[in-house]
Design a protein around this ligand. Structure first.
Ligand SMILES: [Ca+2]
Length: 366
């Protein structure tokens, strides 16, 4: 079984400590490590049977210190169903004491769903055990749920860097499948594994596998489209994911502009425009620029940077103020990361105010 990351390790197949401890006042559900489906890797935890009373399934004995930023992420599905409750709760607690259970929530899609649970309320304690609980107001028969991954991680941990120098070797995609080999240079910093994808010519991604090494072979992976390239991302020790190897970010833009390591809030050439704003607007950070924004009639327009649009790590907001006071700025129009529009503009009502000021604010998405 390789169900993905279990307890701060990725794809290390950490099996449940207890197999199986099920308690119920009614019919007991049947847990199993099942190879018929997987989120990533070779299997999942499947729990099935007649759900006519609350079932508690103790899974892991552990020793996890919790801080305010500790999160639990669980990946799950009820095959063939969407828009239904998972009827599942994730529980953490000290050994021998009652668990605190949190509802995992809905299966929004017929596919793998993910829920992140904030464990910050347990800050300063140690989680000694993890359990799942299944409960329904009415009997569900048959009930079945698949759990693909459970990860406990620190939300403030920085994302790892992607690997570099991706080389697709003998990759051939035809007849609806793709096969080949790929190698790369290890990412800077720690990693637990790499996830390998094929990017099709329509831009979509197909997951082909994982490896802790910097070489991967894959064969006869089904694809619905034409093969374009191989893409790799780093999975960190806490299951945090890097950006994909074929997308950049502010840091890689700074390198490409000849200001490697320049801080986002810095101003390399002292023209009053921060480095992050230069990136967001596609300016040259080494050449002084006039203040950005074009006023035409009643409309103010800012042109967005092509790299920032493509990388999807910037959000843009035009704000207005009548006084320029720090707390007086109100958002008028915003664009989120991934918005492909080439510019952002705001049309204001002329003559309605004695003064109106506008500014563009950009923030870097995590
Ligand atoms: Ca500047």
């Amino acid at each position: 079984m390789k169900p993905g990351a279990w307890w701060n390790r990725a794809l290390q197949a950490i099996l449940p400590t207890w197999r199986w401890i099920v308690t119920s006042t009614g019919t007991k559900l049947t847990p199993e490590l099942w190879s018929g489906d997987s989120y990533r890797g070779g299997g999942c935890l499947r729990v099935s049977g007649k759900l006519d009373a609350t079932n508690t399934l103790r899974l892991y004995l552990t020793d996890l210190p919790v801080n305010a930023y500790t999160r639990l992420k669980i990946t799950f599905k009820r095959e063939g169903l969407s828009g239904v409750d998972s009827l599942m709760q994730a529980g953490v607690g000290p050994l021998g004491a009652p668990f605190t259970f949190y509802p995992v929530g809905a299966c929004a899609i017929d596919g793998w769903n993910q829920t992140t649970i904030n464990l910050g309320a347990h800050a300063g304690t140690t989680i000694s055990a993890l359990a799942l609980r299944f409960t329904s107001a009415t009997t569900v028969d048959p009930y079945e749920i698949r759990i693909g991954e459970i990860v406990v991680y620190d939300a403030t941990a920085p994302a790892p860097e992607p690997p570099t120098n991706i080389q697709a070797l003998d990759v051939v995609g035809w007849n609806g499948v793709v096969s080949g080999r790929v190698k790369w240079d290890h990412a800077v910093g720690e990693h637990d594994t790499y996830h390998v994808y094929v990017r099709l010519t329509d831009g979509s991604l197909v997951f082909v596998g994982s490896t802790p090494s910097n070489y991967f072979y894959f064969e006869d992976i089904p694809i619905l489209g034409d093969y374009g390239s191989v893409v790799v991302r780093t999975i960190g020790p806490d299951a945090t994911e890097s950006r994909l190897s074929d997308t950049g970010n502010y840091a890689s833009w700074a390198i490409s502009q000849g200001i490697p390591g320049a801080p986002a809030n810095g101003d390399f050439e002292n023209d009053g425009i921060t480095n992050l704003m230069e990136y967001a607007l596609g300016l040259n950070p080494k050449t002084a620029n006039p203040s950005a924004g074009v006023l035409s009639g009643n409309m103010i327009t800012f042109t967005k940077g092509a790299d920032a649009i493509a990388n999807g790590d910037i959000s843009w907001v035009i704000e207005s103020s009548q006084t320029l006071a720090p707390n007086s700025w109100l958002p008028q129009v915003s664009q989120t990361p991934g918005n492909p529009a080439a510019n952002i503009s705001h049309t204001f009502l002329p003559g309605s105010l004695t003064k109106d000021f506008f500014r563009l604010r950009v923030t870097s998405a995590p």
